[in-house]
Design a protein around this ligand. Structure first.
Ligand code: ARG
Length: 512
């Protein structure tokens, strides 16, 4: 009966005023709200997201999101940008180490503050509302949807290619399939958290099998003595080429895209069972696993293809499959499709929680903080993200977006390291179930500054300025709409104002 009723979630800080707003049918109308407001009608508990993510799902949410299209496609870009096989291998491994260090720092942050929303929650604690708002603004409008769009477009490319045989897949077909993927993933995530984590676990297992196939093929080829491409590894492929410090940073961007998703579990901390144990454990299992897989896959590619062939290939994994899988060569594009679908699922799962966490604090439209009353999924947040991602899929060429995505993302990853350092000073006695060595955040902060400045020095491009400008432009929205609580009528939320205690206090916005 109340299937589509959505309730404002209760805040984790327990200070929420659980005023309900309903969408859809409201048979018991306002009259019965008193008893049910913001409550699960069966248990009468406040409606919030349930703890359903255990260790296996936690590892799957990290591994399954990190392994998407990157490892099957990016080796080419990395080889071009580093200029030599040895250097590209070093950068692949360094990206893994950097991701692990970043994630260990996030483990400290995530066990200190177990609210969902990752950087958003940590910025709120360490720096207060304005930086947290700028993060949620950039992340909900650009970062998360662009991740989703890039991954769904890659999914579509490979799904279509699996059927299109030799010819280049038509662009509009790719876009339609990309949109379909977003829709299916959205439905899964709105329907149930268990279904979404089930899909994540299954697809993670499937992609790990695909990776094992590649590694087995590569090892077999190496065992037969095909080691010639690994010799003289540090010789530049093009002798006239030099690797500058700035160019190295862009090579890192390519590699780090393949590793992106290492912080994914921090977005859903409120749903992890026993987060102070399972968050650090999932990180310590998941990220080294991905790093080892990526290193071995790179060796496998080189056991089967020359570096020049890799550079010419559109998708190394597919070329690899064509070389050694014979009649089952279709397995490779199919595996990339499976891998990207799973990664997109994990991305949306996390993105919905970010939207939910930020809107709960009055930093985004209030209705985005609602949780479906029976399904316990943050449906409006998920729908909002999917719509923005769909618009990005329609509007175009996503490839160049990866660089600007990484540039913007690393500003915030660096910010989170700073947040950790600040809180070590301002909250020295706050319980820290997991405490990472101090050098880790300092190291990651240093690298993130290099990653932000390096590419600009290497090749100043106006897009970097746009990205920085977009973040700063958030202030124009923050001041009137959040700080001073003006809510324009066109937003359709009648009479709603954000009270000033929303800003730092962790309460929900109010309906007056
Ligand atoms: N690493 C993934 C890939 O190679 C992309 C992950 C996007 N990031 C995220 N947080 N979901 O395709």
């Amino acid at each position: 009966r109340n299937r589509w009723r959505l309730r404002r979630s209760s805040s984790t800080q327990g200070k929420s005023n659980e005023l309900a707003s309903c969408l859809g049918d409201d048979e018991d109308g306002g009259g019965r709200r008193g008893g049910l407001e913001g409550k699960d009608p069966e248990t009468n508990d406040p409606v919030h997201l349930k703890r359903r993510v255990g260790l296996v799902s936690g590892v799957a949410l990290i591994v399954g999101t990190m392994i998407g299209s990157g490892i099957f496609v990016s080796p080419t870009g990395l080889l071009i940008r580093t200029g030599s096989v040895g250097m590209s291998f070093l950068v692949w491994t360094a990206c893994g180490v950097l991701s692990l260090c970043g994630a260990l720092a996030y483990a400290e942050l995530g066990t200190m503050n177990t609210s969902s929303g990752a950087e958003y929650a940590y910025f709120m604690d360490a720096f207060g509302a304005p930086p947290a708002f700028l993060f949620s603004w950039t992340s909900t409008l650009v970062l998360k949807p662009s991740q989703m769009a890039i991954i769904c477009l890659s999914f579509a490319q490979y799904a279509v290619e699996a059927f299109a045989a030799e010819c280049e897949p038509p662009e509009h077909l790719v876009k339609i399939v990309g949109l379909l993927a977003i829709t299916v993933i959205l439905l899964i995530n709105c329907y149930s958290v268990n279904l979404a984590t089930g899909v994540q676990n299954t697809f993670t297992a499937a992609k790990l099998i695909a990776i094992l196939v590649v590694i087995a093929g590569g090892s077999w080829s190496l065992a037969k003595g095909n080691t010639q491409h690994l010799q003289g590894a540090f010789k530049m492929l093009d002798e006239t080429d030099t690797l500058t410090i700035g160019r190295l940073a862009t090579a890192f961007y390519t590699g780090l895209w393949a590793y992106d998703g290492w912080n994914n579990l921090n977005y859903v901390t409120e749903e992890i069972k026993d987060p102070s144990k399972n968050l650090p454990r999932s990180i310590m299992i998941g990220i080294p696993l991905v790093t080892v897989c990526y290193a071995l896959i790179n060796l496998s590619y080189l056991a089967v293809m020359s570096p020049m062939e890799m550079i010419e290939s559109e998708a190394v994994a597919v070329t690899f499959g064509n070389r050694i899988l014979g009649v089952v060569a279709w397995l490779m594009p199919f595996s990339v499709a499976v891998s990207t679908f799973g990664s997109a699922n994990g991305t949306l799962f996390a993105a919905g929680r970010l939207c939910f966490a930020a809107s709960r604090q009055g930093h985004l439209l209030d209705c985005l903080s609602y949780v479906h009353v029976r399904r316990f999924t943050p449906a409006p947040g998920l729908i909002f993200h999917s719509l923005v991602a769909a618009a990005m899929v329609l509007s175009g060429n996503i490839n160049s977006l990866i660089d600007f995505f990484s540039f913007t993302a690393w500003i915030f990853y660096g910010g989170a390291m700073l947040a950790l350092l600040v809180m070590r000073k301002t909250r020295p006695n706050h319980p820290r179930p997991y405490k990472c060595p101090l050098v880790i955040p300092i190291f990651v902060l240093g690298i993130s500054m290099y990653l932000i400045v390096g590419p600009i020095i290497d090749k100043p491009q106006i897009e970097y300025l746009y990205a920085a400008g977009f973040i700063a432009a958030g202030m124009f929205f923050y001041l009137p709409f959040v700080k001073y609580g003006y809510v324009p009528k066109f937003m359709g939320i009648r009479g709603q104002r954000f009270s000033s205690d929303v800003i730092g206090g962790g309460t929900n916005s109010r309906l007056i």
